[in-house]
Structure formats: structure tokens, C-alpha cells
Design a binder for this molecule. Structure first.
Ligand SMILES: Cc1cc2nc3c(=O)[nH]c(=O)nc-3n(C[C@H](O)[C@H](O)[C@H](O)COP(=O)(O)OP(=O)(O)OC[C@H]3O[C@@H](n4cnc5c(N)ncnc54)[C@H](O)[C@@H]3O)c2cc1C
Length: 488
């Protein structure tokens, strides 16, 4: 895009949105150059801040008319570079669409705009005895639109499921600029599950402008314990034993020694001294059931070697137990100047073996790895530590981080549990999927976005273009031949 093209588009957008809602100043644009994955930075050509769905649709239509790519952004907390701007494109920020339109306890639904912060939905539903179950650790700042795009999870998704299990309807702006509805307040709709396809599509199928979410009844009773173990083997075995006993906790979270050290340094959460691993187990539901299962959980933790077991006596103690876990990512900054937050998932039973392999790689390469994760559903978050000021350390950390994903795949897992593919993991997609698999996914993308303008360069490893004949590709891609693209 030439400078003239950009200024023509900026003028068109200002006519629709108003001057204050379009940013073109280079310094101001820098505010948006990255999301939570700060290793990648791209300054967008323009930023648009629509305040309504109609303005959002008009912004997309202006981009389409100009043939300019666009990237949606919510709160920018994504950890895979999904909201990384396009240098010649428009970043469409949905944070000003932040109305909670309805809270309807009678049909257990809330209707919210995409910029609404995750935790605010639960706050709005609380007076009615309800809450919104998916709870990413970033829930104080991340947006529901971002949650939908990433199919976000959280500590309590073991029992309650991911975002996709809690969204029944969407209003979206298609990549053509049309406003359409997918699903609705009812639990299911006939025909293809386009709603299911949209949730987790990372901004590649359009922009969400309204979300109908399922509300969950607040439990009668919640009980939380913290158990210290000698190491992750014992804590992993206790996790499997709890599930095998037929107990389904709301959450089972694990942190290893390095993660505990970081959390203590940052928030003084008072976890058991000298523990090689801790488990946080939370049970919720009817009081009688919770009490019975709680006794089982305590016993199973002890049988698998737990030393100290601390039971939260009240909300304040529960909050302190969770404080260490919820602040763990940021806390690692206390023990390392730089770190990569990795995200992979494995079958829960493979936890001890995979953690051992990660420890081996960490020792072999001399790269420290702290582990903090949703143990109940096998969703790992290894934090790979490095110092960018030391030449070579960043590359080593990247290698270890990639090797961890290979271990996940080798154990029947996946390259992402909840943070998405974004920009960060496009190169890992062919390790999980064949070329045919990727081409089939691309057919879906092209059905929504034949021009390839919605968040291009994300999720898929090569620019398999919508104009291409789908199916097995014979020979090199034309862009490869021209030296413009690379196949990983
Ligand atoms: C400290 C920390 C802890 C975290 N813990 C968790 C966790 O426990 N579980 C978890 O799943 N994630 C976690 N995350 C990751 C992140 O918070 C989630 O992915 C979150 O859903 C991103 O929301 P956001 O509003 O910040 O989206 P952004 O980062 O702005 O965008 C994320 C993706 O969504 C797309 N997008 C945003 N808004 C829209 C829209 N309206 N329509 C279409 N596409 C859109 C973007 O294009 C991008 O691809 C954590 C992040 C941090 C920093």
C-alpha cells in the first residue's frame, strides 16, 4: 500500500467513525504493535476504534473496498501473536464495544459486546446467583471477543469446559463486511455448526460484535486445598488417582519448584516450604457432595505422598492460594529477565513422563524451565527462561520451547491447549497436520474469506491462497518459487 492509499483509507474511515476513532500517528500506532507475545512487533498502517457493530461492519467494508487486510484486537493479552498487526493493514480494536446488553437468569444467558472484560460478565451475573464459567488467568483484563476467537480455557475448564461450551450465539461481521448471526440463545441450531467453526478461529473468519453466553449457577459450596509434594511425579500421580476415583474437581492446578519460587518472590503466597510441586484442588457443587469428595481428595493426596495439606478456611485464604497460581506467568519475571510462555496439551496420564522429558531437555541444554499448568486436563504451560542480553540464549530457549511441543505431539497431544496458533505456532502446524488436513481447513477459511483479508498470515503455515485449487499441491507453491514464502 502506498502512503496515498493509506491516507485515502484513513479519510474514508474517519468519515464513518469520526476523527478520534482512527489513529494514523506513527507514535500512537506503536501502542498496538504487539499483543502478549512481545517478541513479535509490527506497527499497523492504521488503527480503527469502532463503537458499534455497524461501525465495525463499515470499517471492514472500507478495508474490502481498498483491498486492505485487517486484524481484530480485543485487549491484546493473547500469547500467540494472534492480534499482531499487519504492516499494511488496519487493526480493528473492539475494546470500545463494551456494553453488557442483557443478563437473563430465566434462560441462563447473558448478551455482551466483544470488548466486555471476562470477569465483568461474572460480576454482572452475580446478583442473580450466576457466573460465567471459563476463567482464563487473564480474566481481569482479557475480552470476551478475544476469548471467543481463541476458544480460551482456564483453571475451571476441567469441569465446565472451554469457551466453545459456553457460547450459544454470535453476531459477526463477515470478511465481506456483512453483519450476520450464528446460533442464538437456544442450545443448538440445525445445519452445519458454523458457530462451532467460528469459536477458536483466531480472527480469520470475521469479527465478533455480540456474544450470547451461557451462565452457570453459582455453586452452593466451594472448597479449596493446597497440597505440597516432593516432586511433580507424585503430584501427577495424585491427579490421576483423584480423577480415577470418580471425583471431578472444578480445578486441579500444578506448579513445580521453580514456578513456586517465582510466585513466592512476587506475591508471597506462602506455599509449603521446600515443596518440589504443589497441587491446588478445588471442588464445587452441592455441599454434601463437596464434603464427601473433599475427604476422598485429601486421602488420595496423602496416599500419593503429600506432605503439608492446607485447606482454605474462608474466601480470603482461598484467594491467597489462587494468588500464587494466577500470578505465576508474570511472577517468573522475578527470577528471569525474559521467558517464553509455552502452551501444549497432552493426555493427562502422560503427565509424569512428559514432565520428566522436559526436565531432561532442560538439563541437557542448560535452559531453565518452570512448569505451571492445568493438571486436570493435561494443559501444560512450560515457562522457558532466558536472558535476551546474553547472545544465543533466546535462540536456545526457542529450540527448547519447540522441542517441548514435539514431546507433546509424540505423546498424543497438541501444540496448543488454549493460547491458539496465532503467528507463533504457524511453523508447528505441519508437525501435527498433513498437507491434506491443512488444505481442508483452508477450504473453510476461504468459504468465509475468499479474499484472504481477515488476519492473514495467522494459523496457517504457508500462504495457501483462496484462489488456489484445493487438494494436494503438486510441486512448489508459486509464492515459494518466487522466493516470497517458505514451507516449514
Ligand atoms: C497473564 C496471562 C494469563 C493468561 N491465562 C490464560 C488462560 O488461563 N487461559 C487462556 O486460554 N488464555 C490465557 N491467556 C491468553 C489470553 O488472555 C487469551 O487468549 C484471551 O482470550 C485473549 O483475549 P484478548 O481480548 O486479549 O484478545 P487479543 O489478544 O486482543 O486477541 C486474541 C485473538 O483474538 C482475535 N480477536 C480479538 N477480538 C476479536 C473479535 N472481536 N472478533 C474476532 N476476533 C477477535 C485477535 O485477532 C487474535 O487472533 C493469558 C494471557 C496472559 C497475559
Amino acid at each position: 500500500m502506498t502512503t496515498t492509499d493509506i491516507s485515502t483509507l484513513a479519510t474514508a474511515l474517519r468519515a464513518v467513525l469520526g476523527d478520534a476513532q482512527v489513529i494514523s500517528d506513527r507514535q500512537e500506532l506503536r501502542t498496538y504493535e504487539c499483543d502478549g507475545l512481545a517478541q513479535y512487533r509490527v506497527v499497523p498502517a492504521l488503527v480503527a476504534l469502532p463503537r458499534t457493530a455497524a461501525e465495525c461492519a463499515a470499517t471492514v467494508r472500507a478495508c474490502v473496498d481498498a483491498g486492505v487486510p485487517f486484524v481484530a484486537r480485543g485487549s491484546g493479552t493473547g500469547l500467540s501473536g494472534g492480534a499482531l498487526p499487519h504492516a499494511e493493514g488496519v487493526l480493528i480494536v473492539t475494546s470500545q464495544l463494551r456494553a453488557i446488553r442483557a443478563v437473563r437468569p430465566e434462560d441462563e444467558r447473558a448478551v455482551v459486546e466483544p470488548g466486555v472484560i471476562n470477569l465483568h460478565v461474572s460480576r454482572a451475573a452475580a446478583p442473580f446467583g450466576y457466573y460465567y464459567a471459563p476463567d482464563p488467568s487473564s480474566q481481569q483484563v482479557c475480552s470476551i471477543g478475544g476469548n471467543v476467537a481463541e476458544n480460551s480455557g482456564g483453571a475451571h475448564c476441567l469441569k465446565y469446559g472451554f469457551t466453545t461450551n459456553h457460547v450459544t450465539g454470535l453476531e459477526v461481521v463477515t470478511p465481506d463486511g456483512d453483519l450476520v448471526r450464528l446460533g442464538g440463545p437456544a442450545p443448538d441450531a440445525p445445519g452445519y455448526d458454523l458457530l462451532g467453526a467460528f469459536v477458536g478461529s483466531e480472527g480469520t473468519l470475521g469479527i465478533t460484535t455480540e456474544v450470547t453466553v451461557r451462565l452457570t449457577r453459582s455453586p452452593e459450596s466451594v472448597r479449596t486445598l493446597l497440597a505440597g509434594f516432593a516432586g511433580t511425579d507424585q503430584a501427577g500421580a495424585a491427579t490421576s488417582a483423584i480423577i480415577a476415583a470418580g471425583v471431578l474437581p472444578a480445578a486441579i492446578e500444578m506448579m513445580d519448584a521453580l514456578a513456586i519460587e517465582a510466585a513466592e518472590a512476587a506475591v508471597r503466597c506462602g506455599y509449603p516450604a521446600g515443596a518440589g510441586a504443589v497441587l491446588i484442588v478445588e471442588l464445587d457443587g452441592p455441599a454434601a457432595e463437596v464434603d464427601a469428595h473433599f475427604t476422598d481428595v485429601e486421602r488420595l493426596c496423602r496416599e500419593h505422598g503429600a506432605g503439608e495439606i492446607r485447606v482454605a478456611a474462608d474466601d480470603a485464604e482461598r484467594a491467597l492460594i489462587w494468588k500464587g497460581r494466577k500470578s505465576a506467568f508474570a511472577a517468573v519475571g522475578r527470577i528471569s529477565p525474559d521467558y517464553i510462555v509455552q502452551d501444549g496439551v497432552i493426555p493427562r496420564t502422560a503427565l509424569p513422563e512428559v514432565l520428566r522429558r522436559i526436565a531432561e531437555i532442560s538439563a541437557q541444554r542448560g535452559v531453565r524451565v518452570a512448569n505451571v499448568f492445568h493438571a486436570g486436563d493435561g494443559n501444560l504451560h512450560p515457562l522457558v527462561l532466558f536472558d535476551d542480553a546474553v547472545p544465543g540464549q533466546a535462540e536456545q530457549a526457542e529450540e527448547v520451547s519447540g522441542a517441548i511441543l514435539d514431546i507433546c505431539i509424540a505423546h498424543g497431544g497438541s501444540i496448543t491447549g488454549e493460547h491458539g496458533v496465532g503467528m507463533d505456532k504457524v511453523g508447528h502446524m505441519p508437525r501435527m497436520y498433513s498437507a491434506d488436513d491443512l488444505d481442508t481447513m483452508q477450504l473453510l477459511r476461504c468459504a468465509f474469506d475468499p479474499r484472504g483479508l481477515a488476519n492473514p498470515g495467522k494459523v496457517f503455515p504457508t500462504p495457501r491462497l483462496c484462489g488456489e485449487v484445493p487438494g494436494r499441491r503438486r510441486g512448489a507453491h508459486p509464492l515459494q518459487e518466487a522466493g516470497l514464502a517458505e514451507v516449514f
